[in-house]
Structure formats: structure tokens, C-alpha cells
Design a protein around this ligand. Structure first.
Ligand code: HEC
Length: 170
């Protein structure tokens, strides 16, 4: 009986799939701060821009294919707002990826229930921004930009702001 159990346990410890059928685990290479600066920061600026300008009226850059301002790029105007909103919703998943560190070397607190709640709030804000960008209404977009700002703030107040760097992510 015991022997059988041990044998069963040993068998179940073997990975179920190997080789071509198993996808590699997502590789975490950036700190949380680097991820924010490289993704959420530029993407949310495209969403926030609608507070000051109508994205539909932003002219294309001289060479739109090389533009570093998404709104003026080849995929600019309202499409840039839509795509940035979707990118925010997708990056939300990366905020909860295991193995990422904060800039002070602590683990991102992915196991904390409020972390998951803040990440969901960001994901929701991204999806709301996407739906609103599709309506091409600058008025509605202004309200959505507020929702986005608050989603960033809720998590920052809890895990980033008014703390010594060493105390972030605790
Ligand atoms: C779930 C939590 C969470 C959400 C949501 C979040 N952030 Fe952050 N953010 C952090 C934490 C924690 C840090 C500090 C990371 C570190 O030190 O590695 C940070 C750092 C940053 C930084 C780098 C600057 C600095 O002081 O290190 C920027 C820029 C930033 N966030 C922008 C945003 C924007 C814009 C949004 C919303 C669109 C957002 N973040 C949403 C948790 C969050």
C-alpha cells in the first residue's frame, strides 16, 4: 500500500508534458519600475492626451512610420488610443507575473490580495478606455482618463508613494 502510494507520488511528480508541447515559462527580465516606464507610462500618456487634444485631429508626423509619438504615427489618432488602452489591459497580466523584482530588490507582492485587486482595476480601466476610444468622443475620453489616473494612483499610494525606496512593494 505504502509502496504503491510512493510510486504514484513519484509518477505524478513527472511533468505532464515535455518537448514541443510545453510552452516555455514567460521570462521576466525587467524590474517593476522598468516595466512601468517602458509600457504603462507611454501607453497611459496616449490615453491621458485626450484630456487636452482631440486624438482625431492630431496631424500625422512628417515621417509617421518613424514617429516616437504614437498619436502622430502611422497607427495614430484614435487608433493609437485604442491600441494603447488594450496594451494597458494586457500589461496588467505582466504586473502579476511571478519572479519580478521591484527596484529595491524585493519581490513584487503578487500574492497580496490587494495587489490583485489593483491590477484588476488597471485592467478594467484599460478595457473601459478601449471601449470609449472606439466611440471617438473626446468628452467621454476625459472621464475615462480620470478613471485611469485613479487606477494608477490606488496602487501607487499603497505600494510606492510617500515611502523610502527600501519600503516600496512591502
Ligand atoms: C498594481 C500596482 C500598480 C499599478 C496598477 C500601477 N503602478 Fe506604477 N508602480 C507601482 C510600483 C510598486 C512602483 C515602484 C516600482 C519599483 O520601484 O520597482 C511603480 C512605479 C512606476 C513608475 C516608475 C517611477 C518610479 O517612481 O519608480 C512609473 C512611471 C509608473 N509606475 C507609472 C504607472 C502608471 C502610469 C500607471 C497606470 C496607468 C501605473 N504605474 C499603475 C505599482 C503600480
Amino acid at each position: 500500500m505504502t509502496r504503491t502510494l510512493v510510486a504514484l507520488l513519484a509518477v505524478s511528480a513527472v511533468p505532464v508534458s515535455f518537448g514541443q508541447s510545453s510552452a516555455p515559462a514567460p521570462k521576466v527580465v525587467a524590474t517593476l519600475a522598468q516595466l512601468m516606464k517602458g509600457t504603462l507610462y507611454p501607453e497611459s500618456n496616449v490615453v491621458f492626451a485626450a484630456q487636452d487634444v482631440n486624438p482625431g485631429e492630431v496631424p500625422h508626423a512628417k515621417d509617421p512610420a518613424m514617429s516616437t509619438d504614437l498619436l502622430t504615427s502611422q497607427y495614430g489618432k484614435w487608433e493609437a488610443v485604442e491600441n494603447s488602452a488594450l496594451a494597458i489591459a494586457e500589461v496588467a497580466d505582466l504586473l502579476s507575473a511571478p519572479g519580478r523584482k521591484c527596484s529595491n530588490g524585493l519581490d513584487v507582492p503578487v500574492a497580496n490580495p490587494d495587489w490583485a485587486k489593483f491590477v484588476q482595476e488597471l485592467r478594467d480601466a484599460g478595457m473601459t478606455a478601449y471601449a470609449t476610444a472606439q466611440t471617438k468622443s473626446q468628452d467621454k475620453m476625459t472621464d475615462v482618463a480620470d478613471v485611469m489616473t485613479i487606477a494608477c494612483q490606488h496602487c501607487h499610494v499603497r505600494y510606492r508613494d510617500k515611502r523610502k525606496v527600501a519600503d516600496r512593494c512591502k
